[in-house]
Design a protein around this ligand. Structure first.
Ligand SMILES: Nc1ncnc2c1ncn2[C@@H]1O[C@H](COP(=O)(O)OP(=O)(O)O)[C@@H](O)[C@H]1O
Ligand SMILES: [Mg+2]
Length: 264
């Protein structure tokens, strides 16, 4: 169902945290797959030069063709970059390693922070029928991440349930505020998702308690457990939902998808 208060076109969510290894890509793939399973048409935009989301969904390096680099720097239209995945309703705009130089190439471009916005918010995109666009961001607050924040309606922050998790958050919140004040005043925080949660570990519980105390309702009630099936799935080029439909990771990402849909 689309939100009548929002203009036509997909809901665009940037999945971001400048820390690496916190579960951004894993969340992009599996939340995307879970939303697709709920019947939503989902586009995952891989904005990390490492291209892990592309590999994890079975788009191999040698067959990537046009990529998000072309989307940003060559102004290739979105529909020429998008590929199908093995999952019905789930599409991907893959990343190639060229994207690692994009950050520098963008500096001299006067539209540098609006390029992804102009591409994803183009009137034609509304006709492509996506319900959600999830942007998998690189592990830094660079121009690629700023492009994602300027293009997005909201930001979803995966937070690894470990010590220091909350430390980088103030910098992230500051950046979000800056983007709001300058280029995208509508940018909201969709929510913070605790990832790699270990219920037997007191530290996980402590991080959860701190996050809920400091961030309140921004923290999704769904918590993503640490689950080996989740980490194995990408090497089989599948979301955990297809790799192991009965795993705890699968159940958690399904819950997260339903919570996200309910929030919208
Ligand atoms: N819920 C989870 N359970 C177990 N391993 C996980 C889970 N989420 C992520 N991982 C693993 O942690 C590592 C970092 O996750 P990733 O999604 O690539 O982080 P990021 O994109 O933020 O750098 C990967 O090896 C991934 O397989
Ligand atoms: Mg990643």
């Amino acid at each position: 169902m689309s939100d009548p208060s929002r203009p036509k076109g997909p809901k665009i969510i940037a999945i971001t945290n400048q820390k690496g290894g916190v579960g951004k890509t894993t969340t992009a793939i599996n939340l995307g797959a879970a939303l697709a399973e709920e019947g939503k048409v989902v586009l995952l935009v891989d904005l990390d030069p490492q291209g892990n989301a592309s590999t994890g969904l079975g788009v191999h390096r040698e067959q990537r063709g046009l990529s998000t680099y072309d989307l940003l720097l060559e102004e290739v239209p979105l529909q020429d970059v998008v590929r199908k995945t093995d999952l019905e309703n789930l599409f991907i705009a893959p990343a190639t390693t060229d994207l690692s130089s994009a950050d520098i190439e963008l500096v001299s471009n006067e539209k540098r922070i609006f390029l992804l916005h102009d591409s994803l918010r183009a009137p034609l995109v509304a006709d492509l029928g996506y319900d959600y666009v999830l942007i998998d961001c690189p592990p830094s607050l660079n121009l690629l991440t700023i492009n994602a924040m300027v293009a997005a309606h909201s930001v979803l922050v995966p937070l690894q349930s470990e010590f220091f998790a909350l430390e980088g958050l103030s910098q992230l919140m500051l950046t979000i505020r800056e983007v709001r004040q300058t280029a995208n005043k509508e940018l909201r925080i969709e929510g913070v998702a605790l990832t790699m949660y270990d219920a037997r570990n007191n530290l996980s519980k402590q991080v959860e308690a701190d996050a809920r105390e400091n961030l309140g309702d921004l923290v999704f009630s769904t918590v993503i457990p640490r689950n080996v099936r989740v980490s194995e799935a990408p090497s089989f080029a599948m979301p955990v939902l297809t790799y192991d439909p009965l795993s705890k990771g699968t159940t958690a990402y399904r819950h997260l998808a339903r919570e996200l849909i309910a929030r919208n």
